[in-house]
Design a protein around this ligand. Structure first.
Ligand SMILES: NC(=O)c1ccc[n+]([C@@H]2O[C@H](COP(=O)([O-])OP(=O)(O)OC[C@H]3O[C@@H](n4cnc5c(N)ncnc54)[C@H](OP(=O)(O)O)[C@@H]3O)[C@@H](O)[C@H]2O)c1
Length: 258
């Protein structure tokens, strides 16, 4: 399949390009034809265009890691004129932008995921399943560690895991989430989902979800070892999406069939 990468100059775009170009055996079904960028960086060694029409014309499908405005613009153009499949990991969309993507997904195949990691998406399903089966006598605690440059806390992935746990228990996440504990009167309440955050060094991302029972503990754990995990997940998603019909916005849970 002929693929174009939108956001080719970005951190993930570059990892994606290197992964495909440097592993031709593993990705022999993928022909990386174009990058879309606002400017063509001289070190990219790939055809780069800033023209979205040229971009869509030459590809079967698009993988996008860019900015919300760009993703929405591409989805709408694709819908109007091209009908190509789109995988996007772009985050930070507001409600109106998500609505626009939902509308576009009625007409062209789109898969969007805030976290493209196969492991994290599987972990979410396992957390949901565990929370549904283990009662409130099992205390759920989520611990995450990231590099010292990360600004937000807890991580989006930790929140995704917390929401999966709340879904499993059929409770509203925001009613039971507790973000950090400090002080003389912070006794744990039944049903809380607690978050603990560490920041330091160059840790790409580590997440533990623990279920503490009276006589046993279960911990489900994920560690990111390389930023390529997002790129690998996006390619997995593209391979799954390429023959799917439009009609609804797909997620990584769909691609993993979980
Ligand atoms: N879902 C996941 O698993 C996952 C994982 C990591 C990151 N992300 C998300 O993916 C997105 C990209 O992440 P990143 O770390 O690669 O960010 P980044 O390094 O800032 O790259 C974003 C790229 O988007 C490009 N872009 C913006 N508007 C464009 C336009 N109109 N036309 C063409 N290119 C345009 C920018 O191009 P210029 O260089 O020309 O400005 C930039 O290179 C973010 O939303 C991030 O949160 C998702």
């Amino acid at each position: 399949m002929k693929i174009g990468i939108s956001g080719i100059n970005g951190r993930v775009g570059r990892v994606l390009k290197s992964l495909i170009v440097e592993n031709p055996d593993q990705y022999k079904d993928i022909n990386l034809v174009f990058g879309l960028a606002r400017y063509a960086a001289s070190d990219l060694t790939l055809d780069v265009t800033d023209d979205a029409d040229t971009f869509f014309d030459g590809v079967d499908g698009v993988i996008d890691f860019s900015l919300p405005d760009n993703f929405v613009r591409l989805a709408e153009l694709n819908c109007d004129k091209y009908g190509k499949f789109m995988v996007s990991g772009t985050t930070g969309m507001d409600a109106a932008q998500m609505d626009a993507i939902e509308v576009a997904a009625q007409h062209v195949p789109i898969l969007h995921a805030g976290n493209m990691s196969l492991g994290v998406n599987l972990l979410c399903a396992l957390v949901r399943q565990s929370a549904a089966r283990l009662g409130v006598e099992y205390d759920i605690e989520i611990a995450e560690t990231h590099h010292r440059m990360k600004r937000d806390a807890p991580s989006g992935t930790a929140l995704m895991l917390g929401r999966a746990a709340a879904d499993g228990r059929e409770v509203a996440h925001d009613d039971v989430a507790v973000f950090g504990r400090h002080g003389a009167d912070v006794l744990r309440k039944e049903g809380e989902i607690g978050y603990a955050v560490q920041r330091g060094g160059g840790v790409i991302g580590a997440h533990d979800v623990s279920f503490f029972g009276g006589s046993e503990e279960l911990t489900l754990s994920h560690k990111a070892l390389d930023r390529a995990l997002f790129a690998e997940g996006a390619i997995f998603a593209a391979r799954w999406l390429k023959d799917k019909p439009a009609g609804r916005l797909y997620s990584m849970q769909d691609a993993l069939e979980i």
